[in-house]
Design a protein around this ligand. Structure first.
Ligand SMILES: O=C(O)CCC(=O)C(=O)O
Length: 397
């Protein structure tokens, strides 16, 4: 087989994919079944909403959803303020996750919904594999880089102020983002390790003494149903010492997670924010028939790096690190590809993005591919998180 198209396909599937971690021998046959299913789906991409995602129909470059920023928001201003209470800060540190109601007002909600609906109707090339797999009705990483509307949301909405308040941060940089519409299949218990080229778990010297080296964030544009559609956490599980840093899928029994029996089940409403520690173990259930029908669960999520952060790939295949930047391992994470969003966005970084220079490049693809082949076993692990055959007993709770 000619390896070039296969490599491209693998990269595309991985980009749509979600997590990277180690695969245990007993999980390999189900991984192979999943991979087979994904390859079949990729051969004829289709979208449930009837939007054409054939490669010749989608857009490849910069996009700008035609949405109007809320009144009073002007280019270059800092993010709108948002007050965080001591109690909310304490909850995040102690429980590993916190629900912040009412982040977005009606105007911002309308803005973000408009941008998302437009994005779904005008799919970007980088959404094809994820959409075709059926995992989500629409999923796209680094949507901030390709669509002005999402960048402006990150620069000017109250999101960055809320995140800074939770971490008592002086500076925040976006390390990765993900637009996720309707998670059809859900994800079993896992930890997040697609957090960008940073030490989000705080395991390196560079983050010694930082209580929160990074924050995972999740903003919903819709009320989530009572029993699915929002992440469920094992309270306090971010303090676990047994789950290895490269794992994604976890086994509650073998990984010592039964020590965290209490579930944190939020029921977020449209405009709410959930923030968690990258090591917090969580799952998300989709609808039982894996079909959202006409209802919507539109979420923008991601990871921010808190204060002085180093560029650290640690040899991992990272889907938000597919551009050209020249950063050496351990260099300060100061680059337009990982934009400053707090205390205020940087005009030069905004201009780089607007000029289409925060996009993926062949150099970045090669970086991803070489790290991917260095850890091919780990690459397959994310399929275990979604595979309905995998370890049902240990993880159904
Ligand atoms: O909301 C989703 O679809 C996935 C949430 C999740 O598990 C994550 O972002 O890690």
């Amino acid at each position: 087989m000619n390896s070039a198209p296969w490599l491209l396909l693998a990269c595309a599937a991985a980009v749509a994919g979600y997590q990277v971690g180690a695969v245990a021998p007993h999980q390999r046959s189900s991984s192979r079944r999943s991979a087979h299913r994904s390859r079949r789906a990729l051969s004829s991409p289709a979208m449930k909403w009837g939007v054409d995602i054939m490669p010749w129909s989608v857009e490849y470059g910069q996009q700008a959803a035609p949405v109007t920023l809320p009144e009073g928001v002007v280019e270059g201003m800092p993010p709108l303020p948002f007050e965080i209470t001591d109690e909310q800060r304490r909850t995040l540190l102690e429980d590993g996750a916190v629900h912040i109601p009412g982040l977005l007002d009606e105007e911002w909600l309308e803005y973000l919904r408009g941008a998302t609906n437009w994005q779904v109707e005008n799919p970007h090339f980088w959404s094809i594999a994820g959409v075709a797999s059926g995992l989500y009705d629409y999923i796209q990483r680094s949507v901030w880089a390709s669509n002005d509307a999402f960048a402006n949301f990150l620069y000017y909405s109250p999101l960055a102020s809320a995140l800074a308040g939770l971490a008592n941060a002086k500076e925040l940089r976006l390390a990765t983002d993900l637009l996720m519409v309707n998670p059809n299949k859900g994800f079993k218990w896992h930890q997040d390790n697609q957090n960008g080229p940073i030490d989000a778990f705080g395991t390196t010297e560079s983050n010694a003494g930082k209580e929160l080296p990074a924050l995972r964030w999740w903003v919903t544009m819709d009320d989530t149903p009572a029993d699915h559609g929002a992440p469920v956490y094992l309270k306090g599980s971010h303090k676990n010492t047994q789950v290895s840093s490269d794992a994604v899928f976890v086994d509650l029994e073998k990984d010592g997670l039964l020590a965290y029996p209490e579930l944190l089940e939020f029921r977020p409403k449209a405009g709410d924010l959930i923030v968690w520690h990258a090591r917090a173990i969580h799952k998300i259930d989709g609808p039982t028939d894996q079909d959202w029908g006409s209802s919507r669960r539109r979420v923008l999520g991601g990871t921010v790096a808190v204060d002085e952060t180093q560029y650290l790939t640690m040899g991992r295949a990272l889907f938000s690190d597919m551009g050209s930047h020249g950063l050496e391992e351990g260099a300060p994470l100061n680059h337009p590809l990982f934009p400053k969003i707090y205390p205020v966005s940087d005009p030069k970084e905004r201009a780089e993005r607007a000029a289409g220079r925060c996009t993926r490049t062949s150099e970045g693809m090669q970086r991803l591919a070489s790290n991917m082949f260095a850890s091919i076993g780990e690459m397959m692990s994310w399929t275990n998180v979604v595979n309905p055959d995998a370890k049902e007993t240990a993880n159904s709770r």
